[in-house]
Design a protein around this ligand. Structure first.
Ligand code: NDP
Length: 482
């Protein structure tokens, strides 16, 4: 006998969305001239209208950040800066439900994830960096490391508030001030965060948020008053930014795309591996730069794993992300849905075999069923290009070395997972893999203390942990120290 799940809808009444938003500059909201709609990808309802940041808006935000840096923020001790960060972290925890519901409405990701993963991690990032603010001299980064000044930060739509936290918390802890440009389709939690800055009485101009599109981001990157760029997004835009700052002395961290390999060896704990594969690719609709989007399976266990994987995938609940039973929510935008559909169609055309469980997808909103492609070869585009959706490409190998070679055979190098019960094999494999983050017998685990970043076309630099602090500080001769 099977039981149906009764709907368990999270109420959206906790959230108040204004019909129109301005930018957050110098501690206050200021109206922009042009506006664009932001929509709920689950229903296609217009949630609000956001201001399209112009060159003059960026000028004002950078000027406010410069002034706040010179007059206020750089004059405060690390201990005082830390107090603000603690205050922000505590307010985020107090308003966690509001943030979780708003993120789900704006992004389409399940409330179970915003409530249990995104928002707790956001608070954890602020707590963690609050702790560092008065200990920078002891971080092993040289004597008296100094901030750069104004950091220009640009973030994508897949983890909107979490990416903001990854950027804003270390910048503030290290004494920099910030101008942040959130993604066009998911700016609402950044604007709610602006209210948190007001509530925490953060001095005006320390955090500035300018909403807009790619041109707003490009204007921020090129602004002469910005000394450090922190970007998370596609490799294509990352390359444009690298070119734009090549002839300047601007510092940059670029967190770009990935095509993570989840490698399952023949001695792996099979049921745990199946759960890890599902978590690796279907978490957050597969909109995860470090997703395990390539399953690299040892041939002798491939059939068994694929069979079990299909049984498990049939149990994934796709639907209203505000329902607490939902595992897989909406795709963030029509544009992203089209990209996923096109790449999946290329997989069909190249001869891979597509399989999805039966799903009742709503006519309204943007949806894509969890999908696997078997019979994928190295030459297939779905084995090489980032799909950024709930689509898994399965590749097999015979010898461990062949598995590693296939795992490394992409232009990216962000993440990998190893499934094996042998510690020696895990260590051997992790030394061969060209990936910034490697998980063993788990996948997609994040922690503010742990540095994150990629090799090759997955980017430059690290965010998180002590390494992430270094990206916001002049050290050694650069700071005038020893
Ligand atoms: P994009 O690179 O298109 O956008 C990222 C951000 O950059 C957005 O705010 C975007 O604005 C802005 N932007 C667009 N064009 C420019 C430009 N010329 N100059 C400056 N800024 C610009 O990526 P997506 O938003 O589509 O995000 C998905 C991509 O991000 C995937 O490839 C994914 O792998 C990667 N990613 C990487 C992560 C990592 O840590 N390595 C984490 C998360 C995502 P707008 O929204 O208006 O287009």
């Amino acid at each position: 006998m099977t039981f149906e799940y009764a709907p368990a809808l999270e109420s959206r009444t906790i959230v108040t969305i204004k019909p129109k938003y301005g930018h957050f500059i110098n501690g206050a909201f200021v109206s922009g001239k042009k506006h664009f709609p932001t929509i709920n990808p689950t229903t296609e309802e217009i949630l609000s209208h956001l201001s399209l940041g112009s060159a003059s808006d960026i000028d004002k935000a950078v000027a406010a950040a410069q002034k706040a840096y010179t007059r206020t923020w750089s004059k405060l001790s690390g201990k005082e800066r830390g107090k603000y960060l603690y205050r922000i972290a505590r307010i985020l925890q107090e308003r966690a439900r509001e943030f979780a519901v708003l993120e789900t409405l704006d992004n389409g990701k399940p409330i179970r994830e915003t409530r249990d993963i995104d928002i707790p991690l956001v608070a954890a990032h602020f707590f963690y960096h609050a702790g560092w603010a008065d200990k920078l001299d002891y971080a092993g980064l040289g004597h008296s490391p100094q901030p750069y000044g104004v950091a220009g930060q640009i973030i994508p739509w897949n983890f909107p508030l979490l990416m903001l936290a990854w950027k804003v918390a270390p910048a503030l802890a290290t004494g920099n001030t910030v101008v942040l440009k959130p993604a066009e389709t998911t700016s609402l939690t950044a604007l709610l965060f602006a209210e948190v800055c007001q509530q925490a009485e953060l001095p005006g101009g320390v955090v500035n948020i300018v909403t807009g599109d790619g041109s707003t981001g490009a204007t921020l990157v090129n602004h002469p008053g910005v000394h450090k760029i922190a970007f998370t997004g596609s490799t294509e835009v990352g390359k444009k930014i690298a070119r734009a700052i090549a002839a300047t002395d601007k510092k940059a961290t670029l967190e770009l795309g990935g095509k993570g390999a989840n490698i399952v060896f023949d001695d792996a704990p099979v049921d745990e591996a199946v759960e890890g594969i599902v978590n690796g690719i279907f978490f957050n609709q597969g909109h995860v730069c470090c997703a395990g989007s390539r399953l690299i399976l040892q041939e002798s266990i491939a059939e068994e794993i694929i069979e079990k994987l299909k049984v498990r995938m049939a149990k994934i609940r796709v639907g209203d992300p505000l329902d607490k039973n939902t595992d897989l929510g909406a795709i963030n935008s029509r544009e992203q849905l089209t990209k996923i559909q096109e790449l999946a169609a290329i997989g069909d055309a190249e001869g891979a075999q597509r399989w999805s469980p039966q799903c009742n997808l709503s006519d309204k909103g943007y949806w894509f069923a969890p999908t696997i492609f078997t019979g994928v070869t190295q030459a297939h585009r779905i084995a090489q290009e980032e799909i950024f959706g709930p689509v898994l490409s399965v590749i097999t190998f015979r010898t461990p070395q062949e598995g590693i070679d296939k795992a490394n055979n992409t232009p990216f190098g962000l993440s990998a997972g190893i499934w094996s019960e042998k510690g020696s094999r895990t260590l051997w494999a992790s030394q061969q893999l060209r990936a910034g983050v490697i998980w063993a017998n788990t996948f997609n685990k994040f922690d503010p203390t742990s540095p994150f970043g990629g090799y090759k076309e997955s980017g430059w630099g690290r965010e998180g942990g002590k390494h992430g602090l270094a990206a916001y500080l002049k050290t050694g001769k650069e700071s005038g120290g020893k």
